[in-house]
Write a protein that binds this ligand. Structure first.
Ligand code: AVJ
Length: 336
C-alpha cells in the first residue's frame, strides 16, 4: 500500500530562505562552485541520475566491488537476529534507498513492520522501487520521501507515531567527511526519535590493492560511472565535456583513510558548462568522491560523538564490511 500522504513528500524542495528552488538550479550552482575552486571537485550525490544509478547497479555486479556483495551476504545471515530486536508496528526508514534491494532481505525477515519510508534524491528510482515494493508487500504502508537525506526533511505522517528503525546500508556513510558523518548521525537521531535503532553499513580498512581494485574494476564500469558525471553535466547543464579527454583515477589516501576517485584531464582544455567557462590544465584533477574506510573502533568512536552507541556489530567474511546496530545514548546526567 502506498501511503496517502506520500505525494506531499515531493513538494517541499526549498532553499534556506524558504524560496522554491529546482534540483537543476542546485546542480548548476554546485557545478559552478566546484569547477571554479582551486582544487576542482564535484559532490558524489550527482552520480545518481538514471544512467548513474544503472551503472552503480552494474558496479555491484563486478568481481572487484565487494562492498555490496559482502554486505548483502552478511545481512542475509543476520536478518533474523536483527528482526528479533524490532518492536511490533515499527517503521523502517531507509536513507538513500535507491533500488531497495537489500531492503527486501529485511522486509522478508521482519514481518512486524507496519511502514516503510524510503528516502532518496532520485524521484524516478524511488517511485519505481516503491511501486514494486507495494505490489510485493501489500500489508506494508509505503511512504516514499524524495529528499537529499543530508538536508532537512520531515517524516511522512504515516511514520510519526511508530517506533523507528533507521537503515543506512551500503557504506554510503563513507561518502561524508568526519564532520558530515557526525552531523548526519545526529540528524538521524533527531528524526528517528528516542526509541530508535539505526542499522549502518560500514566498509572496513583492508589492503590497499583490494580497496583500489574495488574502485577501478577491470571492465571499466566504475570509470564509466565516474565519467557519467561529465555526461550528466552535458545533458542537463548544456556542457561540452569530452569524457575521453579525462582519465578515471582511484587511489587509497591512507592518511585520511579513504579511497578517492578523480577525473584527470589528459590535456590542457577549455570546457563550457552551466553558462560558464572552465580551464583544465593537463594532469589537473577533478575530485569526484571520497569513500571513507574504518576500523570497528574508529566507527564506534564517530557514532559516540553523534550520541549513538553500538549495541551490536556484525562483520562479514572477507573482503570484510561491518553492520553496526546503533542505539541512542541516554543522557544520564539530565533530569528524567
Ligand atoms: C554507494 C557511496 C557506497 O563509495 O563505495 C562505488 C559509491 N563509487 N564505486 C562507494 C561508489 C564508486 C559507493 N557508495
Amino acid at each position: 500500500m502506498l501511503a496517502a500522504d506520500s505525494r506531499h513528500a515531493t513538494a517541499g524542495i526549498t532553499d534556506a530562505q524558504g524560496a522554491p528552488t529546482s534540483a537543476r538550479d542546485s546542480f548548476a550552482a554546485d557545478v559552478i562552485s566546484g569547477l571554479s575552486a582551486r582544487h576542482k571537485r564535484l559532490p558524489p550525490k550527482y552520480f545518481y541520475d538514471a544512467s548513474g544509478s544503472r551503472l552503480f547497479s552494474e558496479i555491484c555486479r563486478t568481481d572487484e566491488y565487494y562492498v555490496a556483495r559482502s554486505e548483502t551476504l552478511l545481512l542475509r545471515n543476520i536478518a533474523a537476529e536483527v528482526a528479533a530486536g524490532i518492536p511490533n508496528g515499527a517503521a523502517l526508514v531507509e536513507f538513500g534507498s535507491g533500488e531497495s534491494v537489500k531492503t527486501r532481505l529485511l522486509l522478508d525477515a521482519v514481518p512486524q513492520l507496519s511502514t516503510y519510508v524510503p528516502i532518496d534524491i532520485s524521484a524516478a528510482a524511488l517511485y519505481e522501487a516503491s511501486g514494486r515494493l507495494a505490489r510485493d508487500y501489500p500489508q506494508l504502508s509505503i511512504a516514499p520521501v524524495v529528499a537529499d537525506f543530508t538536508g532537512h526533511f520531515r517524516l511522512p505522517t504515516a511514520a510519526v507515531r511508530c517506533a523507528k528503525i533507521g537503515f543506512f546500508p551500503g557504506s554510503t556513510i563513507g561518502n561524508f567527511d568526519r564532520h558530515g558523518a557526525v552531523q548526519f548521525l545526529r540528524s538521524a537521531r533527531r528524526i528517528l526519535g528516542a526509541q530508535a535503532a539505526l542499522l549502518v553499513g560500514v566498509d572496513l580498512i583492508k589492503d590497499a590493492s583490494t580497496l583500489i581494485a574495488a574502485y577501478d574494476d577491470s571492465r571499466g564500469v566504475t570509470a564509466q560511472f565516474n565519467k557519467n558525471l561529465l555526461l550528466r553535466i552535458n545533458r542537463e547543464l548544456g556542457g561540452d565535456f569530452d569524457p575521453d579527454a579525462f582519465d578515471h583515477l582511484a587511489l587509497w589516501n591512507a592518511a585520511d583513510s579513504r579511497v578517492e576517485m578523480h577525473l584527470v584531464s589528459r590535456k590542457d582544455q577549455i570546457v563550457n558548462a552551466a553558462g560558464h567557462t572552465f580551464a583544465f590544465r593537463s594532469g589537473e584533477h577533478l575530485h569526484t568522491e571520497n569513500s571513507h574506510k574504518f576500523t570497528v573502533d574508529m566507527f564506534a568512536q564517530l557514532a559516540a560523538e553523534a550520541g549513538w552507541s553500538a549495541s551490536k556489530i556484525w562483520i562479514s567474511d572477507a573482503p570484510q564490511v561491518a553492520l553496526f546496530r546503533l542505539a541512542p545514548v541516554v543522557a544520564t546526567n539530565s533530569p528524567q
